[in-house]
Ligand binder design. Sequence first.
Ligand SMILES: Cc1cc2nc3c(=O)[nH]c(=O)nc-3n(C[C@H](O)[C@H](O)[C@H](O)COP(=O)(O)OP(=O)(O)OC[C@H]3O[C@@H](n4cnc5c(N)ncnc54)[C@H](O)[C@@H]3O)c2cc1C
Length: 476
Amino acid sequence: MPCDNHRRLEIALQPAPKQDPAQRVKNWDEAFLGYELDTAVIEAERCIHCPTAPCQEACPVENDIPRALLLLEEGDLNAAANVFRETSTLPEMCGRLCPQESLCEGACVVGFAIRTADMGRQAPVAIGKLESFVSDQQRRTEGFPMPELAPPSDKKVAIVGSGPASLAVAEDLAKEGHSCTVFEAWPEPGGVLLYGIPNFKMRKEILDEKLAFLRNLGIEFVCNTRIGGDVTIDDLFRDGYHAVFIGTGAGVGGQMRIPGEELGEVYQATEFLVRGNLQPHQLPQDMREPLPIGKHVLVVGGGDTSMDCVRTAVRLGAESVTCMYRRTEHEQKGREEERRHAREEGVQFQYLTVPTRFLGDNGRVTAAECVRMRLGEPDDTGRRRPEPVPGSEFAVPADTVVLAIGYNADELMEETTPGLHTDKRSHLIRIQEDFSTSRKGVFAGGDNVNGADLVVTALADGRRAAEAIHGYLQTL
Ligand SMILES: Cc1cc2nc3c(=O)[nH]c(=O)nc-3n(C[C@H](O)[C@H](O)[C@H](O)COP(=O)(O)OP(=O)(O)OC[C@H]3O[C@@H](n4cnc5c(N)ncnc54)[C@H](O)[C@@H]3O)c2cc1C
């Protein structure tokens, strides 16, 4: 155990190199270029290996971060990556996508230390960037490590949806020897990892490689298939599946319910992101037309999805891109890093403002009528409730509008699966502690249980659900 903490606390944060904003707005590559080995090792040396490891406790999958960083410091990248893989099935993705500042890095003791030089706070160890560094290096040099597989069981599991929760279920159950089939409504698997998160946050090759690895484990993917349509959960049992996992996410975009929302060039965030970021063959027929980007793009909403939309709009060539949010930056959910990236790329922010109506010409949006807001008493989320300021109405030009105001679960599963208990208001599926639902042999996890959340929480659910499903299959 290292005991030279004083020296470690003196080491300055090693910034991860990034593409210059002027350059990166002209391409779709990741903004972060990734560490070099020498800087990664120095950054790992900043970890003081606290015995209580609050970073590990704050991680939804409880990655043993201090052990991984010590191995990296010693130059054993492969072993370091394997430590992350013990608890996470997607370390290269979590390293890029987790809001580390509110998880591991938010709990990092180094981040609470006072620097002697300027008496300011130390930056926490860049755990996320180191996680993606070691797992990328391992994939590049060795590929994904092949796990030991249990002998084939005679049990078949149907997994509905192919986001991080489902991919984790499929991987863990395939390792136990069960036959897994993943059904996905979109043309390709990946869930929001493909149909949502843009390339500049995570390049798609990482997902492609993961899917190839999962196929090598024997997992079958059946796409363009919406369970609950022609095929129901009951049909899956009739077809001989012994258990079903529902990992359908929360993919229904929130609506504003204001006049003009039906106008042309007013998009839901997901449609805008997938048409902006993906190749036509990856999209359903009705979304394959190139996205006609306007001069003035207005994105409504303040979370991470809205940052993905504004940065996509910049790359699509919009002249002006504005993020409109009804509270202030202080209440804004999502990562500060993403807002910084958006600002660096020229995005404007209009806080305490909300559109009340979209105006159009010939069926296409041309402007948004807006009203200024002020913050009143806290609402049930604890955040101060925005209230309109009388007489503050004004209009802004907008020839593309993107609504990024949150996501909900859809109703299809509850409508087509008799006896499946859901929350009637939010359509979220109700589960027991072991991820089982009210239907025997049916388990659920991820955003369709928690509401719109994170890649890492979906993955954590998937792993725990897989353990429960494996236990259940052994009782049959
Ligand atoms: C634009 C965007 C950006 C995000 N950025 C981040 C980020 O940077 N970091 C982070 O941690 N989280 C981020 N999130 C949240 C994160 O992606 C989700 O919390 C996570 O993907 C949820 O995983 P899941 O497996 O529950 O479902 P999803 O990833 O939503 O996957 C569900 C899949 O099920 C499929 N499906 C739905 N119904 C059916 C059906 N009836 N039959 C068959 N298939 C079906 C859907 O098509 C979808 O592919 C983002 C979300 C969005 C929308």
